[in-house]
Design a protein around this ligand. Structure first.
Ligand code: SF4
Length: 413
């Protein structure tokens, strides 16, 4: 049976919870950043439109910095101001607008979910977190909680990376913060803490605190509105003394939330002792040969061939220069030959490996892949007929290339 967590890791004093809520909300009212989705959520009288506006922002903000998202968000809301408008959009249009934002399946699933709301739910967004998570593709527990609390006022907590950091520090949680046991405990805590009358503001305040004050490397504890409730801060200032009980109070070494006995509190790290994570798997290394095929178009401008990727998997439906994944330890000559064979299949005519001009290598890091593109180019004279049985392809000018649904990696190439 799971060991119940010791009191030191909980918020069990209602007076403390009340004080923490008040301090955090007062700080948020004074210091919150002005962001377009916040303005929309606060001023939009129509509940469905509000839900949609928050939903789009939450999906865009997954794994992406606020500063990057703002421009994409504004353009998206201008183009598809409602769920109904988004439901009519094509994947091509969505990919074009999303180009450069990364994690492309997010945009695709957002569009699919909008179509589902329109066709199966009579255009009405579900209002409760449980229903949002159950009914909308791509909406997980965090996003569902954020939409329900911010747009519809449901008193439900949220746990994202920022909240994990803040809560682990507030309650000295040093067990692996990516483990299910810790995540479950943090969700319980977030649901206890959330302010009943201003749940959306409270959740945003907790995340804002993590994003601007309780940051990963050098948190601004002296300016923190909840420092008097923070056990990590207390421990940094006073050592491991009351009101923070001794670590032994946590069940002599088998507390499920304390740091492992082999990696105890490290004074020089201060509050950044928390949170802790088990080591991450290193990204997988991949090599891909890619060829920029160019020709002189009928108006004299240079044109480049781009082809469409399959509609599922990494970078689904995006356009790229003809590319071929390579085995890791191939000799350069062999790489060239394989790429030439690949191009030959496209063009139905002989491509000499020696004719491919090596340009250089481009490295791009996807979340779990360390990708090296080995870049070649080839100038074609005369007309080229591409095999229509292969993936869709088209010739584009440089400007058209930049306006197409191509990934950041291909723009680097
Ligand atoms: Fe984070 Fe420091 Fe505030 Fe604690 S006092 S919540 S560690 S910023």
């Amino acid at each position: 049976a799971p060991v119940p967590p010791p009191a030191r890791h909980l918020f069990s004093d209602p007076a403390e919870v009340e004080a923490l809520r008040g301090n955090l909300l007062a700080w948020y009212d004074r210091c919150k950043r002005d962001l377009p989705w916040r303005t929309l959520a606060a001023t939009e009288p129509d509940a469905d439109r509000r839900g949609y506006a928050v939903w789009v922002s939450e999906i865009m903000l997954q794994q992406t910095q606020v500063a990057t998202v703002i421009d994409y968000y504004n353009r998206w809301m201008q183009k598809w101001p409602t769920l109904q408008a988004l439901a009519q959009a094509s994947l091509e249009e969505v990919n074009e607008l999303w180009a450069g934002l990364g994690y492309y399946s997010r945009g695709k699933r957002l569009q699919e979910a909008a179509s589902k709301v329109v066709s199966e739910l009579a255009g009405r967004m579900p209002r409760r977190a449980e229903d949002l998570q159950k009914l909308l593709p791509g909406v997980g527990r965090y996003t569902a909680g954020a939409i329900a609390s911010i747009s519809y006022g449901q008193a439900t907590g949220v746990v994202d990376g920022n909240v994990i950091r803040v809560l682990c520090r507030l309650r000295c949680i040093g067990a692996d913060s990516s483990s299910q046991a810790v995540i479950d405990r943090l969700w319980d805590m977030a649901n206890v803490l959330v302010d009943r009358s201003r749940p959306g503001d409270f959740n945003q305040a907790l995340m804002e605190l993590g994003a601007t004050v309780c940051v990963p490397k050098a948190p601004l504890c002296r300016e923190c509105p909840v420092k008097q409730h923070c056990q990590a801060w207390h421990r940094k200032l006073f050592g491991n003394t009351p009101p923070v009980p001794d670590v032994e109070d946590c069940g002599v070494g088998d507390c499920p939330l304390c740091p492992p006995a082999t990696e105890p509190w490290e004074s020089s790290l201060g509050v950044t002792n928390f949170p802790r994570k088990a080591g991450k798997k290193p990204p997988r290394a991949m090599r891909t040969a890619t060829c920029v095929l160019e020709r002189r178009g009928c108006h004299g401008a240079l044109e480049y061939l781009i082809v469409q990727r399959p509609s599922s998997g990494l970078l689904a439906g995006l356009w790229e220069f003809p590319s071929l994944p390579l085995a890791q330890d191939l000799q350069e000559e062999k790489e060239r030959e394989e790429l030439a064979d690949h191009l030959q299949a496209w063009m139905g005519r002989h491509v000499a490996a020696k004719g491919l001009q090596f340009i250089g290598e481009v490295i791009h890091i996807f979340s779990h892949i360390h990708q090296t593109y080995v870049v070649y180019s080839l100038h074609l004279d005369g007309d080229v007929t591409l095999d229509p049985a292969l993936s869709p392809s088209r010739w584009v000018t440089e400007d058209e290339f930049h306006a197409s649904a191509v990934s950041t990696a291909m723009k680097k190439v």
